[in-house]
Ligand binder design. Sequence first.
Ligand code: PLP
Length: 359
Amino acid sequence: MIIQKTESSRLSSFDKNNFNFGDTFVDHMIICEYEDGKWGDVKLMPYGPLQFSPANMTFNYGQACFEGMKAYRDANNDVFLFRPEKNFERINKSASRLAMPEIPYEVFMNGLKALVDTDRLWIPQGEGYSLYLRPLIFATSEMLKASVSYKYMFAIIATPAKAYYTKPVSVLISDYYSRAANGGVGFAKAAGNYAGAFYPTHLANQKGYDQIIWTDDATHSYFEESGTMNVFVRIEDTIYTPPTSERILDGVTRDSFIQLAKKNGIEVVVDKIPVETVVKAHKEGKLKEVWGVGTAVVTSRFEAIGYNDEKLMLPEISDEDSFAIKLKHELVGIQSNQAEDPFGWRIKVEKGFTDSLAK
Ligand SMILES: *Cc1c(COP(=O)(O)O)cnc(C)c1O
């Protein structure tokens, strides 16, 4: 690894009580370039802008994909990643679908660990804090030919994160727009999937909803995802989530929730969820909770679901009685080294890891 540490750390001007998620970046970033059919040396360098021409193929053809994951720091300054192999496997699935080169395991893992080790003091300590990590791969050839790029860049950047109290959201069931279709790129974290979702989401916002419940593109009659999160429905004391597919992204949080629920003796059904079933359960008073799960906020509970011209109000449920909150606390406890980790999900990043890679 090529290690180029900053001589002017910005850490002393970082105030953990006053920052916004996503616009404050840690001192360093990881860069690795692909050219002539191979990935080069991994480089740790000061965070900052890079220069690209408007002819860059990412800007023109959208050949780009990314990951989202978190690291936590405990009271001993030990820092932990959470199930990073899942993100490694997924970024390569995304890359393959977009005809981009896969990245080697060491490039991804050493890059992540080096960044987290070097900037470990940027991870705020205390309840609810973490470091959000964003690995990404994008085309860098300058060429206006609609074909695959021959040069790529892998980068990892990181932004401190805090769990703000997130109030329950209202969501609108999509009866027209789709996030994904069979044979498409919905299972991949393709940058363009997000661009395609912004406009329908904006329309939902105008109708007074925070997010969209994406339904199957063919019939719009099954629950698929919620915004950029996987979705769980609780009817009486059973929780339901749709199976992952070509259209439904295989979320790490979703998988972790399923395993944690089973460990708690909660019945989990992984099967298609007809909108009609949810509406019927609501009418009968059996619909208890519906929530989204994803790395960024872990859990987002719903207070209302818009369907046709109806607005189904979900019952108010205390934090003690909520499966969503219980599972979220257990997950964050494992992630942040506050709880036992029976699954072996937590990966400690050794102090001095970066310097051990210096050549
Ligand atoms: C990233 C993402 C998720 C959540 O995945 P996690 O691994 O849990 O963060 C769910 N749906 C979509 C569309 C996503 O892009």
